[in-house]
Design a protein around this ligand. Structure first.
Ligand SMILES: Nc1ncnc2c1ncn2[C@@H]1O[C@H](COP(=O)(O)OP(=O)(O)OP(=O)(O)O)[C@@H](O)[C@H]1O
Ligand SMILES: [Mg+2]
Length: 203
């Protein structure tokens, strides 16, 4: 089993959106997927409960203890994750994805987090690979250029930039992902995911 942790202690950075979509994508490929939710708010677990039964199955962490032999575990983590809990979560995951929004507050908080992440043993020894994703980015804006500069300096690969789209909000409300929609329905957004999906597929 391979594991992906989605982490950024900054609240609202896009962790649950990324985690639920990655689970949706892997399930759409026919993989056995477990979605683990470390957040007490249980947003990812709630999304899974709202997921329509006819869509590709994603297992909850609790159910998976019984009968599932997963190919992938996707781990959503809470705002404020730090210390021993962060160390334990990073140790669990071969891949760590950090979403960042184009705002000064988000970049400052994320900069602090990346410094901590770089010191984690699993990251230093390259047992866990870290990559960044720009979240809710409008490329025409000055803040998008500032985010690009910030991410370039971060020394971890920048996989893609996802735009702000109401479809993500609808996905959150209704328990689906872009990858559960009919082909072409979300073509522009799905295209933005490709570099991230290729990065994951390489593992
Ligand atoms: N690309 C996007 N376009 C539009 N809305 C988005 C996008 N990404 C996230 N959102 C919305 O922004 C809000 C915060 O995103 P999300 O819940 O994924 O962040 P989070 O990091 O999990 O937050 P928390 O730290 O509270 O767990 C949600 O309402 C989500 O639907
Ligand atoms: Mg969340």
């Amino acid at each position: 089993m391979r594991s992906i942790l989605v982490a950024n202690p900054k609240g609202g950075s896009g962790k649950t959106t990324l985690a639920t979509h990655l689970a949706g994508y892997l399930a759409s490929l026919g993989r056995q997927v477990v979605l683990a939710d470390l957040d007490r708010q249980q947003s990812a677990a709630g999304w899974l409960e709202r997921r329509p039964a006819q869509l590709p199955t994603i297992h909850s962490h609790h159910a998976s203890k019984k009968s599932v032999n997963p190919d992938w575990m996707v781990i959503d983590s809470p705002a404020g994750l730090h210390g021993d809990k962060l160390t334990a979560a990073v140790k669990l995951a071969e891949l760590v994805i950090v979403p960042v929004q184009p705002s000064a507050f988000d970049m400052l908080a994320t900069g602090d987090f990346l410094r901590v992440l770089r010191k984690e043993k699993a990251v230093r020894k390259e047992k866990s690979q870290v990559a960044m994703v720009g979240m809710r980015v409008d490329p025409r804006t000055r803040s998008a250029a500032e985010l690009a500069d910030f991410l370039l300096a971060a020394e971890f690969p920048v996989l893609t930039y996802l735009r702000d789209a109401q479809l993500y909000v609808q996905c959150a409300n209704e328990g689906f992902s872009l990858f559960d929609l009919p082909p072409g329905r979300a073509a522009r957004d799905v295209e933005q995911w490709q570099p991230l999906l290729e990065w994951i597929s390489a593992y």
